[in-house]
Structure formats: C-alpha cells, structure tokens
Design a protein around this ligand. Structure first.
Ligand code: SAH
Length: 292
C-alpha cells in the first residue's frame, strides 16, 4: 500500500484544553482502578497470570488464551475509557464496541486501542475510537434490530460491523466505499470479527461505489453515517432517509462540523450541529488518489 506522507488525514472531534483532559483522565483512572491503556507490559503480565490460573490444558491452549485474552482486555479497556469520559453513555453502544475488536480493523502493528485516527492507505484513515463512539451514540435509536443502516466511506468496515451487530440479522447494514482495495480489506477484517456471521447471511454487505449517491437498493434508511467530510449535504442521502431517519455527516472543507440531519414524519428536515471535527474529504476516487 502506498501512502502519501504529505496528506494530513484525520477524523476526530476537538477536545477540551489539555489541562481539563488530563484531570478527566486521572479521575477516570481512579474510578476504573485499572492501569492506563498505555501500559502494555502490565496488561500482558496480568493476563498471563489469569491464563495460567484459569486454563491448565496444553501449552498451546494457554498461548491461545493468553493472546486472545490480552486483546479483548485492551479493547474493553478502550471502551471503559470512552465510558469514563462520557463519550459512550449507553450499554448497547458499549456492548457493541466491546464485541467488535478494533485490532482486527487497523493495519498490522498500529496501536489499535489508542484514541487517534490511523492511516489505512489510499489517503484514508480509520477514525478515532471516540469519533466512532460519538456516531454510534448519535445513531443508537436508528440502529434498532431490523432497521436499515448505510455507512458511506466505510473504509476498514469497523463501523459497518458495529451497525450490523446493532440492527441484527433481520436488519441491513450496508457499507459503501469507493476504493476497491479498501473494500477487499474491509471484507477480510469483518470475516475475522464478531460480525462475520452477518456478512455471511447477507444482512451486512460492503460495496464498491460512490457513496455520494447512497445505495438505493436498501433505501430508505433509518440511519446513514458518512465517514468523510462533504462540502454540502448530498441530496441523494437525504432522499434515501426514511421519515424518522437520521443522517450523521461531517460538512465543510478546512473547518468542518458534524451535522445531525433528522427527517421528520412529514418529510421536512431538521439540521443541527453536534461538534467541530476534522475528516478526510468525501470526494471522487481520482481526487483522493492524487492527494485531493
Ligand atoms: N469510517 C471509516 C473510514 C473513514 S475515512 C473507518 O473508520 O474505517 C473516509 C473514507 O471515505 C475513506 O475510506 C475514503 O476512501 C472514503 N470515501 C471518500 N470519498 C468517498 C466517496 N465519494 N464514496 C465512497 N467512499 C468515499
């Protein structure tokens, strides 16, 4: 994968000043009575002790438990931090983010549980965990079992997998991404994850396409998420929203705002701003590949 080093590719929410964040961080640590995420050695030692005391079969079995346990613990730790900061407020969102191991969706060797966006190639990024959590929170009521969800700019497939677990086998979670190589990788990622059965039964699907056109096949949608910043709100996406449906989309160029677009029962639309954000652009494949 060739990545352009000149591209600044983010997708995160602006946080309060450092001092406030540090205070919040340490109070979360105290409350959780656990060591910070950035102590991998400590986490490994703890897990290894657990593995030794609770398994007792072959060496291979112990190794298996050791690695699996350690990864799940760290993913849970990440979710615990997001809860501590108040980014995750609902049990459902916490449960889904605990179930979908983020490490399966980031490139090998990336610090999967760090709260930061990461390069995934092709001038794209996986969004920061707090941004995924924010969008899941905003869309929670539109991701009930049986509902239809569309993830535009699905990238690694992480959020589409979360959507799929929320809407379940009776629902539809559709990811649309315009870089075919990323779609291929995202399918492999999902196949390794807890959402694999949903991909197999067709309630989760990842497609190559221009997400600005939406995905009419499963419209209208209860929830639409856009993972890249658009200069304006694309009309096809609003058209494909169900009455009562919600679209969450970053809008802007250099200065971007996360917009929450609600379609009312009479078909009218209400738009509000959630927060300032920084995402890679929602654009053409050509523009993205040449670095915008
Ligand atoms: N939400 C994803 C990826 C975010 S990066 C994740 O967290 O993994 C934004 C993604 O939008 C990139 O993968 C980029 O290739 C894609 N994208 C940009 N413009 C697009 C368009 N017009 N249609 C479909 N995907 C697009």
């Amino acid at each position: 994968m060739k990545m352009s080093s000149s591209v600044v590719a983010y997708s995160f929410r602006y946080f309060p000043p450092l001092k406030q964040r540090a205070l919040a961080y340490f109070s979360v640590q105290r409350r959780l009575r656990r060591r910070p995420l950035r102590s991998p050695c400590t986490a490994l030692v703890t897990t290894s002790l657990n593995a030794t005391s609770f398994t007792g079969n072959s060496l291979f079995r112990r190794m298996e438990r050791f690695w699996a346990g350690s990864s799940i613990d760290k993913n849970k730790g990440m979710v615990a931090h997001l809860k501590g900061y108040g980014v995750i407020q609902s049990n459902k969102v916490a449960e889904v983010m605990e179930t979908v191991d983020r490490a399966l969706f980031v490139p090998d060797g990336s610090p999967a549980y760090e709260d930061s966006p990461m390069q995934i190639g092709f001038n794209a990024t996986i969004s920061a965990p707090h941004m995924h959590a924010t969008c899941l929170q905003l869309l929670e009521k539109n991701l009930l079992p049986g509902m239809h969800a569309l993830d535009v700019g699905s990238g690694t497939g992480y959020l589409t997998a979360c959507f799929a677990l929320m809407v379940g086998p009776q629902g539809h979670a559709i990811g649309v991404e315009h870089i075919p190589e990323l779609v291929a990788v995202s399918i492999k990622n999902v196949e390794k994850s807890a959402a694999a059965p949903l991909l197999k039964d067709g309630s989760l699907a990842l497609h190559v396409g221009d997400g600005r056109e939406g995905w009419p096949e499963f419209a209208p949608y209860d929830a639409i998420h856009v993972g890249a910043a658009s200069p304006e709100i694309p009309k096809p996406l609003v058209d494909q929203l169900k009455p009562g449906g919600r679209l969450v989309i970053p809008v802007g160029n250099i200065f971007q705002e996360l917009k929450v677009v609600d379609k009312n029962e009479d078909g009218s639309v209400t738009v509000r701003t959630e927060t300032s954000v920084r995402y890679v652009p929602l654009t053409s494949r050509e523009a993205q590949l040449r670095g915008y």
